[in-house]
Design a binder for this molecule. Structure first.
Ligand code: PEP
Ligand code: MN
Length: 341
């Protein structure tokens, strides 16, 4: 950790901070610049009390980490791009996947129609929520176990891999029995207990970025999954909360670039939840490809206007091939990647 001393702090003030660093069990190294003095505190933070408490001293301007708080997720640890296999479909390092399906599984007929249209469009991985984390308790909460059964049938009938969300520790086993990849949604992206418990489910995990998470917090959430046993983590940028109201969220494409630089994990983009508006899905998808995303997560529904959740953002599944897949294909190829291998 680096402890930045306030300008014009007298020598006995600096000495006071130094004494505290020693008192907390660290070795202090004083670095005296022309205008600034900093103290590098050497020691393992997992074995000593946190140096953050020094922020409360009048002489201290800031306490900054010199090491990143994530290791297993970082490129420093693993320099090559990781490839994650989702039910046999590769994602990452040139393999570009479009995961598509309705926001929620609403009925067997609805998910079957989605599965039929999307597999005809060349999609190999079907999404659909059985457990829905809804903002209002009066909104449709998903079909729960019945939804999982319907998804399992889609796997049998169409050979599709399945991605579905897990919202509670008590559902992990049931969800992992059906899902080829489990989704941790934006609302649970910092539910550390759930992250710890889901990590050893034996399946890859799609980690959405929390709507108020910094990139560092998002990668630290990935680190939770990795340190607790999940090697196959996929990051998904789905828009963050800003002051902007014209879109449901603000798609942070710079986060895609930063996440790819900082981490070896595949990074997907969800333009559906980012925009909340089906007219914006395609342009944002193209921008995501240009920004270096490894794949897209897009909501599609057989009758979008009748959808029980996220009706405004879902693409008509029977138009998915023509309006999404065929339009993005040349852009994916231009980026040197293969679409839905
Ligand atoms: C979803 O994928 O349906 C969903 C709820 O996404 P998010 O967690 O990104 O809001
Ligand atoms: Mn949704």
């Amino acid at each position: 950790m680096i402890i930045v001393i306030k300008p014009n702090t007298p020598p006995d003030g600096i000495e006071e901070v130094r004494r505290h660093v020693v008192g907390l069990g660290y070795e202090p190294r004083l670095i005296q610049g022309v205008q600034r003095t900093v103290i590098a505190a050497i020691g393992d933070e997992t074995e000593h009390p946190s140096l953050e408490t020094l922020k409360g001293m009048p002489e201290v301007e800031n306490v900054l980490p010199i090491q990143k708080r994530y290791k297993l997720a970082s490129r420093e640890f693993h320099s090559a791009n990781s490839v994650v296999h989702i039910g046999g479909h590769p994602l990452g390092q040139g393999a570009f996947q479009v995961i598509a399906g309705p926001c929620a599984v609403e009925s067997l007929a609805q998910i079957r129609e989605s599965a039929r249209d999307l597999s005809a469009a060349g999609v190999g991985i079907l999404r659909g929520g059985a457990f829905k984390p809804r903002t209002s308790p009066y909104d449709f909460q998903g079909l729960a176990g019945k939804g999982l059964e319907h998804l399992a049938r889609m796997k049998d009938e169409f050979g599709l891999a399945i991605v579905t969300e897990v919202i509670g520790v008590e559902h992990i086993k049931r969800v992992a029995a059906v899902a080829d990849m489990l989704q941790i949604g934006a609302r649970n992206a910092q539910n550390y207990h759930l992250l710890e418990k889901v990590a050893d489910c034996g399946r890859p995990i799609l980690l959405k970025r929390g709507m108020a998470s910094t990139i560092d917090e998002w990668l630290s959430a990935a680190e939770y999954l990795m340190v607790h046993g999940c090697e196959n983590v996929v990051l998904c940028e789905r828009g963050i909360r800003t002051f902007e109201t014209a879109t449901r969220n603000t798609l942070d494409l710079s986060a895609v670039v930063v996440a790819k630089q900082e981490s070896h994990l595949p990074v997907m983009v969800d333009p559906s939840h980012a925009s909340g508006n089906r007219k914006l899905v395609l342009p944002l998808a193209l921008a995501a490809i240009a920004a270096g995303a490894d794949g897209l997560v897009i909501e599609a529904h057989p009758q979008p206007l009748e959808a029980r959740s996220d009706a405004g953002q879902q693409i008509a599944s029977d138009k998915f091939k023509r309006e999404i897949i065929e339009v993005i294909r040349p852009w994916v190829e231009l980026a040197g990647k293969t679409l839905n291998p």
